[in-house]
Design a protein around this ligand. Sequence first.
Ligand SMILES: O=P(O)(O)O[C@@H]1C[C@H](O)[C@@H](CO)O1
Ligand SMILES: Nc1nc2[nH]cnc2c(=O)[nH]1
Length: 273
Amino acid sequence: MSLLQKIEQAKQFIQSKLTDRAPRIGLVLGSGLGVLGDEVQNPVVIPYGEIPNFPVSTVAGHAGQLVIGDLSGQQVIAMQGRFHFYEGWSLEEVTFPIRVMKALGVEIILVTNAAGGINPEWNAGDLMLISDHLNLTGRNPLIGANEADLGPRFPDMSNGYDKGLRAKAHEIAKGLGIEIREGVYVGVSGPSYETPAEIRMFRIMGGHAVGMSTVPEVIVANHAGLKVLGITCISNMAAGILDQPLTHEEVMETTEKAKANFINLVKAIVKEV
Ligand SMILES: O=P(O)(O)O[C@@H]1C[C@H](O)[C@@H](CO)O1
Ligand SMILES: Nc1nc2[nH]cnc2c(=O)[nH]1
């Protein structure tokens, strides 16, 4: 079955479950950030395992279901749990939900993640708007034959994280009294965390936070002509900055602490975009 046929099959299955208007905004909720999905009103909840051609989540902190409904007066489709290349999924599988969101009529994607803070001046629990990314995964989800119906062979990435959406997000955060940083997200494959030497290299390269997701989804979202806003929860200080080991448990604990600001900010942004 072709990618187009797989997308159509998943789209029709999801549409068969919907009773309200099509979703305009897609939310990809990273480790420990799935709580935002619980804020969706009148939700239609579809476990990934029921959706044709969808992978399933295997990482702690990723529920593994689509939640479609009303958030701040907008119709949204939220991924409570995402897929990571390090889990063994292909990049086509990792980014398949983005293709399906586009097919359902989504125009804006809000991608969130938990990442390690590279800037030593920052703190675990900080929120960061993603201004741009460094794709250090060594891979690209668009490698292979280009499906012209999905997007161009060589998509432009010069506004990969939409400037207008970022300006609006800063304005909203200021109005809410939520301090938010802005920086470059370094995308790596994982699943091992970085060495201190790698973090020192990423800092020299201009990175501010490092994670194991987001980059493939954002490349495909841009290929599909979607506008992207990215928000990182700095869940820990990256390797070598503090004299302590890194654990996924710490990532989960920190996102739990940061969730109030995260939820308030994302709900306010969704209302305005
Ligand atoms: O899905 P995200 O990027 O939020 O998950 C982060 C990155 C790894 O998957 C995991 C490492 O703790 O958390
Ligand atoms: N690669 C990477 N991913 C993360 N996700 C949460 N924290 C980190 C980190 O320090 N490094």
